[in-house]
Design a protein around this ligand. Sequence first.
Ligand code: SF4
Ligand code: FES
Length: 374
Amino acid sequence: MSTVPKPLGLLAELTHRCPLACPYCSNPLDLERRSAELDLATWARVFEEAAALGVLHVHLSGGEPGARADLEEITAAAARAGLYTNLITSGIGLDAARFARLAEVGLDHVQLSIQDADESEADRFAGMSGAHRRKRKAARAAVAAGLPLTINAVIHRGNADRVPAMVAEAVAMGARRIEVAHAQYYGWALANRAALLPTLAQVEAVRAAVEHLRAEFLGRLVIDYVAPDYFGSRPKPCMNGWGRQSLNVDPTGRALPCHAAATIPGLTFWSVRDRPLAEIWERSPAFEAFRGTGWMREPCASCPRASVDFGGCRCQAFALTGDARNTDPVCALSPLHGVVAEARTEAAAPAEAAAPAEAAAPFRYRRHRQAAPA
Ligand code: SF4
Ligand code: FES
């Protein structure tokens, strides 16, 4: 009998297309084209296979999932498979009629991102004029359709001082929950780290603001907080362990243990176009690569936290140390922890001399391949 744990969650990256260009997007730097995307019938099969494997909830994500004209049919297929369906959206491209239809076909929940509470700054971070106004409209439409709404606010140097205003904005939008989440430095965010990493003073101020706001909005709004990796001394248990609880399927059909796994060289990813999801989950080389604790080196191998945080994040270990088998350098026990400390020091230097937004280096905006700078 297989000892491989069963997954609970599936992140379905329906498309990399998106009208926004956020400089902290977790999508890969090489974005997939529309012509390479999985079709509706394949997604429907994947949802059935996921449910049979034990998956309980699916996150319909992107890019912007609303960029797919068949989002309603895809959502209906996920609901038919018996999955709890959560739509992760920028809100752009989804009007009242589309939200009403999504609710009708069985969508359970909406997570809508905001970039800031200040309209012009929000539009600057999104790389799209008028984006924030359209998000306000989309939020109203989602709530009017009877859908529970969570606001996602990604925090970085440029907006960290406006967390109370973002919480107020979430309340005004009719949300029941807000996730105040520091940016995670993968993909485009890593490329923009010098412009995005907050100072220690900002991190402490955000934490204090969240505590205060939780008391103020008790019973009206749930406030979740995601701490910044770079300011801790122990890493997060990324994905709750590689190949342990969840999986991603990218727009082309590749099954990945996490959204950034393709950045790690040498991993072989199997596709849902070629194989059933159960076979991929249980036997694919990429899922096997870092499953459990057997692959670990010191200091993780003999650490009492090995099966608590699983050595942190493999993608971050690769991005910052060049080897995915290393301890995540966010851990103060890592011999390479200095790379994280250096990034913090670099972030603090320019921000002390000028206002945070002015101090920010220019962004490298998320664009499709031919538009990205060399
Ligand atoms: Fe976690 Fe490894 Fe650090 Fe121990 S040494 S706390 S297992 S990352
Ligand atoms: Fe890939 Fe953390 S993002 S393991």
